[in-house]
Write a protein that binds this ligand. Structure first.
Ligand SMILES: [Zn+2]
Length: 106
């Protein structure tokens, strides 16, 4: 897992202390790990066709880390549960923030 140090922006892999400035990046690693864990639960729920659970996991994962994967999960879970068009558009915009054309087609 690569973690960008919030203090000096150096990319660190493996170590929980920034190799440039010595900043402890353990909390960031734990947040990223939690986001990935809940994302994986959501993907499994989506595969079981449990859209509401998948959407809840997408929201939790997104709150921890704004990732394309969480946005994609939220988008597909929204489609699965026939969520409102506007809420589905929000997830789509998170996947492709600069893509207004496709969003307006939803
Ligand atoms: Zn640093």
């Amino acid at each position: 897992m690569t973690i960008v140090c919030p203090a000096c922006k150096k990319e660190n892999t493996g170590d929980m202390v920034c190799s440039r400035c010595g900043c402890d990046i353990t909390p960031l690693a734990e947040i990223i790990s939690a986001a990935e864990n809940v994302l994986n639960h959501g993907i499994a729920a989506l595969k079981r066709k449990e859209g509401k659970t998948a959407l809840a996991c997408a929201k939790r994962s997104w709150a921890l880390k704004n990732s394309i994967q969480a946005a994609q999960l939220g988008f597909f879970a929204s489609l699965m549960i026939n969520d409102s068009v506007e809420r589905t558009r929000v997830w789509h915009r998170r996947i492709k923030p600069n893509s207004q054309q496709f969003s307006s087609a939803l």
